[in-house]
Design a protein around this ligand. Sequence first.
Ligand SMILES: Nc1ncnc2c1ncn2[C@@H]1O[C@H](COP(=O)(O)OP(=O)(O)OP(=O)(O)O)[C@@H](O)[C@H]1O
Ligand SMILES: [Mg+2]
Length: 282
Amino acid sequence: MVAIAERPASATGHANGHATVHTTGHAPVPGTGAHIDIRNVSHWFGSGDSRLQVLDGVDLTVTPGEFVALLGPSGCGKSTLLRLVAGLDSPVSGELLQDGRPITEPDPSRIVVFQDPTLYPWRRVWDNVALGLQARGIVRQERHRVDAALRRVGLEAFGRAFPHQLSGGMAQRVALARALVNDPRLLVLDEPLGKLDSLTRLAMQGDLVELWQRSGFSALLVTHDVEEALFLAQRVILFSDRPAKIRAELTVDLPYPRHRGDPRLTELRHEALRHLGLDASW
Ligand SMILES: Nc1ncnc2c1ncn2[C@@H]1O[C@H](COP(=O)(O)OP(=O)(O)OP(=O)(O)O)[C@@H](O)[C@H]1O
Ligand SMILES: [Mg+2]
């Protein structure tokens, strides 16, 4: 999904992952992350005998500039919840709000990055990143934003390359740049690093933290990786099996940059696995 956003280039920096400016009431303050309210959201697919309940009374708030990770068993409903937040679908019951306003359709201020970078193979890297601006007809006057987004993901030297000339990690960086060029207020990440090898994945986790700290957007990340969730997020939400219900919430009370060997992360990891019913092997 490529969407377009209105936001001045002067994003609010926040040194420790805490946004320094907060939205008040219904008016979003430009340059800050979105405030997201998920209120008692339940969702079903199908009807009658084939009805499948996927979400069960999910309540969750993401404060401006916050980084929240969602962890849960495969098929429990995490991507479905992200689609609702993105406005790609509407919940059967409950409501979702951004800065106090109902989320009813996709909006340029919320950008989704999926596991697969889905770049257009016939477009050069630069032109893939420029898609959102091109859709708005402002790419000519805003070329510097494409250059800046490529710089932010360390690919300024690859603007003229084609997607097939990139590694998997580089292609995913292009997908991130394509999202960032629009200055999202909420970045929705559905296992964005899921297909990468473990070394690239570790490197990109660090990159993601840096991008988030520099840009000030709110982030909602789905991952299967407990360490990744704890390394990146300020809060980790643990879901039950389908229909997904919030089972527990862990606050990761550590400053950034984090150290993977931090004993507190090990403690939190045990706690997360216990809630997921997977601690027996530890
Ligand atoms: N459009 C749809 N129509 C019918 N069923 C769907 C649809 N989308 C998802 N589902 C079902 O809803 C359930 C939850 O799917 P979802 O993709 O949200 O899970 P998930 O938690 O993201 O899983 P994973 O971790 O494997 O990605 C699954 O059983 C899936 O088959
Ligand atoms: Mg999923």
